[in-house]
Write a protein that binds this ligand. Structure first.
Ligand code: AHM
Ligand code: MG
Length: 353
């Protein structure tokens, strides 16, 4: 009797190795329509930008002029790093002549960057933070890119991109790239959250976790406690609460993407609240908070300003900042409960006086 031939490669192993980012988007869309092809190509280009940035980051210490500051200050009033500029230009370069997006809006550019030859063919806008947490870059710690794709809903003559001033629910896709020990890309198109790991031997992002669900509750709270005395009282109350109760631990890397990725995988809450002097906080709505809110909501978590869902906030300008409380639903609700308690006390007091 002749033994049945065994496949040389296990089928599921091969299948896993072949699930590239572009293929996964098409599978998610369950269609080969022009829209599905566009979205798949868009994600492929974001993957290409991520690979270029990852490559430079991995060698930056060996290169002249890759690290350190440029000497310029950006629209946010922050000192610009050479890697910020490089990463911003990479995104522009990969989308030029792609026919995929008409406009790019980024943390590093005061006004959107138009690619006139892609308008009106490329009906999408890419909003992005090319290198978030770049204070980590000179010391070889994790950094990230954050992105969202929105439909282009109008041409703006004056460069203020009024049609972009819409809530996060208008995002078609969003995600981030984490440049850590490995490079990971996490994305959603509103059908769950999926993670890809860059396989350097293939030069491809390969699916490594599908339909990620954030734990309902987690032990981590992630906040810059150096701001403790600048925060409003309810946030200080929350921090006092976690200090006094067992089961909480602090983790804060100074780079949002890494902190959010930990919370997505293991549960907990990240908070960057407003301060007394800056009630809107530090993080930007369109290309930091809203894309991450989309990802975390899709994984079963929540993102809040403290009083409103981040996904519902309508920005009034391109670089608008917002307080951010994001993560496991129970943890976010706990932070909000301290804010609500103070609001109730203030309302009671107002009635009595
Ligand atoms: P950036 O976009 O200029 O890099 O700033 C955003 C970063 C986030 O990654 C991080 O969570 C936060 O700023 C850290 O700020 P701080 O140093 O005030 O704690
Ligand atoms: Mg940023």
């Amino acid at each position: 009797m002749v033994a049945e031939a065994k496949p040389i490669v296990e089928e599921h192993t091969l299948d896993r190795d072949c699930t590239t980012l572009s293929r996964h988007v098409l599978q998610q869309m369950q269609s080969f329509s022009a829209d599905a092809q566009d979205l798949s190509a868009l994600m492929g280009r974001i993957g290409l930008a991520a690979k270029l940035i990852a490559r430079r980051l991995s060698r930056a210490g060996l290169m002249e002029n890759a690290l350190g500051f440029t000497g310029d200050v950006n629209v946010q009033g922050e000192s610009v790093k050479k890697m910020d500029v490089y990463a911003n230009e990479v995104f522009i370069a990969v989308f030029k002549q792609s026919g995929l997006v008409c406009r790019l809006a980024s943390e590093e550019m005061e006004r959107p960057y138009y690619i006139p030859e892609n308008c009106p063919i490329g009906r999408h806008t890419l909003v992005y933070d090319p290198l978030d947490g770049s204070s980590n870059v000179d010391i070889d710690l994790n950094v990230g890119s954050i992105f969202a794709i929105r439909q282009q809903e109008g041409m703006d003559e004056d460069g203020t991109a009024q049609d972009l001033l819409q809530p996060g629910r208008k995002q078609i896709a969003a995600g981030y790239v984490l440049y850590g020990p490995s490079t990971m890309l996490v994305y959603t198109i509103g059908k769950g959250v999926h993670a890809f790991t860059l396989d350097p031997s293939l030069g491809e992002f390969i699916l490594s976790a599908e339909n990620i669900r954030i734990p309902e509750h987690g032990p981590v709270y992630s906040a810059n406690e150096g701001n403790f005395w600048q925060w409003e009282e309810p946030i200080r109350d929350y921090i006092r609460y976690v200090h006094r109760h067992e089961g909480y631990t602090a983790r804060y890397s100074g780079a949002l993407v890494g902190d959010i990725h930990r919370i997505l995988m293991q549960g907990g809450v990240f908070l960057y609240p407003g301060t007394v002097k800056k009630p809107e906080g530090k993080l930007r709505l369109l290309y930091e908070s809203a894309p991450l809110a989309f990802v975390i909501e899709q994984a079963g978590g929540r993102a809040s300003t403290g009083t409103q869902e981040i996904m519902d906030v309508i920005p009034d300008r391109l670089h608008q900042r917002t307080p951010l409380i994001i993560g496991s639903p129970d943890n976010v609700a706990l932070v909000e409960s301290f804010i609500q308690e103070r609001q109730r006390e203030a309302a009671d007091l107002a009635i009595k006086t």
